[in-house]
Every structure is written in structure tokens, then in C-alpha cells.
Design a protein around this ligand. Sequence first.
Ligand SMILES: O=C(O)CCC(=O)C(=O)O
Ligand SMILES: [Fe+2]
Length: 362
Amino acid sequence: MQSQVDHKEIANNFPDIPPFPDDVATAPLLRLSLGKLLAGDPAEYAKLFQASTDIGFFYLDLSDSEQGSSLLGDADTLFKLGESLFDLSLDEKKKYDFSGQNSYFGYKAQGVAVVDKQGNLDRNEFYNVSKDDIMGVSNPLPAPGVLQESRAQLGSFMQGSHAIVTLILDILNKQLSLPKGTLPNLHRRQAVSGDQVRFVKAPPQPVDDRRTALGQHTDFGSLTVLFNRVGGLQVLPPGADTEWVYVRPLPGHAIVNLGDAMVKFTNGLFRSNIHRVVAPPGLQAESTRYSLVYFARPEDSVMLRRLEGSEQIPRIRDGQVEEEINSKDWIIRQAFRARVDLVDDIDYKSAGTEQISMKIKV
Ligand SMILES: O=C(O)CCC(=O)C(=O)O
Ligand SMILES: [Fe+2]
């Protein structure tokens, strides 16, 4: 199993946020250094590969390189922007709900998705901003003034996040001995894709009714770069009879996880781990939880199937059938599967690629 994060070397908690409790079970995620990855450190490359196959989640220390520090600064700016964005009235925000037009960009109100088998509804709101819109790859969508005024900041955050995604894809490409550029070339920044920034807000929950805020899921793209300050994110580690454990937010770090596309590209060698968001633990339960995400997804037309050209990627087994689906269709299907307002056949539990990930039974 992986080494425990050493909390002593690094700041334990975020200023102005109640401490994350020490008495809850946390995921022993590997902690990688962006500085070392940028420097081409072989041991760090090996850790990246291990994290990608074992659990598909890791911490990335952004504080030890200029590139990372600049992204941390952009994330700070967007956390503030997220607060003003969600402070708009519900009527105003609902003007930017484009789900009726089969688009996952824009606003998602609280309480539209089923989170568990009892049929309880979600307890968080989202705003998804398209990378293509901000980068000028597609026509701009209507957006509230606070976002219109912040296009430069959004662009800077997207560029910084995408650069990290490209670095990680490039390293994994090398580790897999795939033909040069295979993975990065499926995720070009100027190509049409479902890449997006997501702002998330979850209000404190009533003391006697604390429930799942965001239902269990695997991310459906390639790589997710997540900024958390208040706890609540949980992962279900691989293996039989495992239990949900928290991912402790670490100052100066992003939480990075692999999505379904990486599982499909590697026929189950890499893992897209199931996760969810519950009420924050301990004293943090009284806090409003904001989080900030960059989702990198394959370009829209990319078919989500095993990549050719690597001996390390397991072959398609006899009788195994690969679904014929491109990135765009996969994302729409997964994004809307639990929406009471959009689909008749609710699938709250969709395991994404769990069935082809090699190390778990759900
Ligand atoms: O808010 C978080 O910490 C996680 C959000 C998440 O998993 C998602 O939006 O896919
Ligand atoms: Fe997620």
C-alpha cells in the first residue's frame, strides 16, 4: 500500500477555516512534487505511475515551483470569484442553466440529482465554465457579469491547470512507452473538448440531517485538478469490504485524480476511483464548503477505447467488448445520469469504469 502523507512537514490547516479533525479516517494518498516532476525526477515519475494504477488519486505539491505557485495564486483569485458568483440570486443564476439544451456548461442548482438509493437529492450547486469559451475556441455562452469581468483570470487558471495536465499526460505516456505525444495529442488546449472549470458551493447542513452532498461517482474525463479547503471529499479505496475515507485538504497542494477516459485508454491498467462529497467533518461542518475544479477531458471526437502502441496496456480479453463511444457522448451521458429533471431512468450509482478497473468489485 502507499506511504502515509507526512503531515508534519507541511502546514496542516488553512487560515480562517476550522481545523480538519485528526480523529477521522483519511486516505493515505501519495504526495507528489510538481517541482520534481518538472525536473524529470525518475523516482517522482515512478510515484506518479504507482498512484495512477493503485488508486488514481494523489496530492500534487504546487508550492515548490514557480509554475505551481502561480496556479495557487490563480486558485485563490477564483475562490473569491466563486463566492461572488454564488451570492447572485437564484433567479439570476438559473438564467445560465443550459442543461435543457443538452449542455453541461453553466449553472446547476442544488437538489436536482439523486445521490443515493433512498432517492435523496444533492446538496450543492455548481457553475461550469467551458475552457473553449474562455480560450476563444468556441462562441461565448451567456454568463453573469462577475464571470464576464473575470475572463482573464479564468483563462490564466485554465492555462496553468492545462499545463499540469499536459505534463502528467506526457510522463504517463513515457511510463507506458506509448508512441511520443499520444496522450497529450488527445488533449490539445486549442481543440474542442468538454474541459471546464467547476465552481462548487455546499452550504452547512442541519445538525440532525447531515447527508451526502454530491453522490458517488467516477470523474468521466481524463484528469481532474481539484482545490479543496474544507473537508468532505471521500474516496472508497479499492478492494473488498473497504470503507469511505476522507481526503484531507492540504495547503499548497492540489488533489489530482484520473477519470474514466484514462481507464478506457489503458484497458483498466489505470484507475478512476469512486468518490463523493459528504458534510464536512468535525468543526468544519458549520462552514460553507467551496471547491474549485479543472476537468481535463479528451477532445470531443476522441473514441474512448484502448490505445494501440504500448506493451504495458493489457490486451482486450476474449469476449471483452469495448463500447463504441466518443468523449462528447460519454460525458453528456455520465453528467446527466442522476438528474431528476433530465432523465427518466435515474442511475445514481453509475460506476463509470469501475467494472473495467482491475482492482475493485463494487
Ligand atoms: O468538491 C469536491 O471536492 C469534489 C467535486 C467532485 O468530485 C466533482 O465535481 O466531480
Ligand atoms: Fe468528482
